[in-house]
Design a protein around this ligand. Structure first.
Ligand code: IMP
Length: 189
């Protein structure tokens, strides 16, 4: 049985409001649509599970030809912030010669994104860029370029708009701060 939805008093405090997210997603979609106007088609690669809501909203606001694919990665396998990343599910589409835009929910240390960009880059796409909704700038350790970024956020565990804490809070319409002193996060994105 799934957990019941959180009670009103149990809701995490707002860090980024629903209105701010809607506005920023529209801005990002506008920028991406204009940058790729001549590209023909782009392949959006969403990183499960966290990016499913962001990708759905972003993809529907684009005005260019797009194809939607998903990939699943696992980080923090031992329950600690180890930085190890593993491929759980690949996409079916052959991206060689195509324009690929990775859509990430959150970039923390950057290890997941670095792994993904290296893996996809080896498949020789025509171009490879990343769009991330939020980034914890002070925690970033890997060299990764985020071409399209929603928001920089402080080093706190955040939930909502696809992001979870132990599989809870993913469907909150805003991004909230989770009050936890525990060091481990969810097993799979
Ligand atoms: P990175 O490899 O350290 O950049 O971690 C990226 C992954 O860690 C994300 O795709 C999320 O699954 C998870 N993660 C890191 N910080 C948070 C957070 O504050 N809330 C929810 N998930 C997070």
């Amino acid at each position: 049985m799934a957990d019941p939805p959180p009670a009103e008093h149990d809701l995490p405090p707002v860090l980024i409001s629903e209105e701010a997210i809607v506005q920023r997603v529209a801005e990002l979609a506008g920028q991406i649509s204009s940058d790729y106007a001549q590209a023909g088609e782009i392949v959006l690669v969403g990183v499960l599970k966290g990016a499913f809501i962001f990708l759905a909203d972003l993809a529907r606001r684009l005005t260019i030809e797009r194809r939607v694919e998903f990939i699943a990665l696992s980080s923090y396998p031992s329950g600690a912030r180890s930085g190890a990343v593993r491929l759980l599910m690949d996409m079916r589409c052959d991206i060689r010669g195509r324009h690929v835009l990775v859509v990430e929910d959150i970039v923390d240390t950057g290890s997941t994104l670095r792994y993904l960009l290296d893996m996809l880059g080896a498949r020789e796409p025509a171009s490879l860029r990343c769009c991330a909704l939020v980034r914890k700038k002070e925690r970033l350790r890997s060299e990764v370029e985020i071409r399209y970024l929603g928001f920089d956020i402080p080093d706190r565990w955040v939930v909502g708009y696809g992001l979870d804490y132990r599989e809870r809070y993913r469907t909150l319409p805003y991004i909230g701060i989770m009050d936890t002193s525990e060091e481990d996060g969810p097993q799979d994105g």
